[in-house]
Design a protein. Structure first.
Length: 192
């Protein structure tokens, strides 16, 4: 009986410790300092230049992913894929309106959110990854123009169709449909 009691106490302690570690890990996922303007600029520059990762053996395809990992406090040596994506979502949710790309020439919306910026600089990979892999929240108003990413895509799509840029219009149509299928909305739909 004494051995059974000792065993049950040890088991209870083990379960309690595991529950505390799990709770601690979940709170730590979003416990990252706010990114600086330099952090945002670093991501924008990596997107603009379509840079490869600094580590040629990295499991990621682009430098912007390294930049996102760093600003989201990802530790690739210990964080699982799910934890990495959750950390990126936490950073995004806290900073999506601030995540803008300033002072680039040749963009349709100056100082816009990184989502619009990536489309303007012909790097839709960022937006596709944001939706498919990271599952970022896209339903917010960009302070640069008062529109959502869906409003932007729709406007650009019409512009490319009117100018008879078929390939570009087709790309914007595919991205628009992908975002719509994943719950992205126009600004007129956000207050409903």
């Amino acid at each position: 009986m004494k051995k059974l009691t000792t065993f049950l106490i040890l088991l209870a302690n083990l379960v309690t410790c595991h529950a505390q570690e799990t709770a601690s890990a979940k709170t730590d996922v979003c416990d990252c300092p706010e990114p600086s303007e330099t952090d945002f600029t670093r991501v924008c520059n990596s997107i603009y230049d379509k840079k490869s990762p600094t580590d040629v053996n990295a499991i990621i395809a682009y430098k912007y992913q390294e930049d996102l990992y760093k600003m989201s406090c990802v530790d690739i040596s210990i964080d699982s894929k799910d934890v990495i994506y959750e950390k990126i979502r936490c950073m995004w949710n806290k900073n999506k309106e601030k995540f803008r790309c300033f002072q680039y020439d040749g963009v349709s919306v100056p100082n816009s959110n990184v989502l619009k910026f990536c489309m303007d600089v012909n790097f839709s990979t960022f937006l596709v990854t944001a939706v498919k892999k990271y599952k970022l929240e896209l339903n917010f108003i960009d302070p640069a123009d008062g529109k959502t990413i869906m409003d932007f895509l729709d406007s650009q799509l019409k512009s490319y169709r009117n100018a008879d840029y078929v390939d570009k219009a087709n790309e914007y149509q595919r991205i628009y449909e992908l975002l719509k299928a994943n719950g992205a909305k126009h600004s007129s739909e956000l207050n409903k």
